[in-house]
Design a protein around this ligand. Sequence first.
Ligand code: NAD
Length: 293
Amino acid sequence: MSVMIKNVGIVGAGQMGCGIAHVCSLAGYKVTLYDLSKERIEASLATINGNMARQVTNGKMGDDERKTALSYITGSTDVQDLASMDLVIEAATEDENVKRKIFGQICPVLKPEALLATNTSSLSITRLAAATDRPEQFMGIHFMNPVPVMKLVELVRGIATGEKTFETAKDFVRSLDKTITVAEDFPAFIVNRILLPMINEAIYTLYEGVGSVEAIDTAMKLGANHPMGPLQLADFIGLDTCLSIMQVLHDGLADSKYRPCPLLVKYVEAGWLGRKSGRGFYDYRGEVPVPTR
Ligand code: NAD
């Protein structure tokens, strides 16, 4: 038995929120995309439009489909707009305090039967669920970046997640034409438990002078057949998100092998967060990305 989902709310209109809104609207869901400022919402709607327009150009969707999907997305800066949602997916900054605060704000507004999910990359689903008024109706629905392209969604239940919630999440993810993998509620789940230590090791390799940015990325692309180099991928994920995930692994598993590389910390301290801020291991402000080391 699962619950009927028609209206999907998304909290956080960053890289992931935009991608989730994109695929939900294409699958016919009515989407309310919430963030803190009107400027952010406007920029996000423009990004979604741009990404869909690219898919039209590449022959992946028709222009009518793009127009219909866009008409299904409404931007909002008012939490009250989430009152009629059947499912809300939290996709805000990877910071437990930010997420707890959001749940505190939105829970009183949501319908009692509404399901609540988080797109967290690493945080404990059980602990986040405990910060809501509905742990049985709460779980992790972890999309991959970029959402319109990546086939996988990890589903993660907290200790209190109900069977109906899990079944509904499965049906919902399948309706988006994504493939499900189920992970237990351990720090960073499956994908990031494996991927982030590899990225962190690539940053140590740079930090220790074993290779340059270009050498490391070329080595892993051509030597391990990865479609993207690890430093390029780190920039793509966002270096703040990478650091946050390493900190969750380090704190949660208490093993020094997860120690975040000091160079990653330094980049984040500088505000060099990767593609989204224009600079990370590469500088994206010119025509072509230029390595920063
Ligand atoms: P991002 O920095 O691009 O976007 C975060 C958004 O959250 C911003 O628009 C910000 O304004 C908004 N926000 C912050 N506080 C808020 C609040 N109180 N209320 C509403 N909105 C708020 O980050 P992202 O890469 O989109 O990541 C979002 C989430 O998705 C994180 O939990 C991250 O771990 C997870 N995730 C990221 C990736 C990735 O590759 N970047 C992949 C899978 C999952």
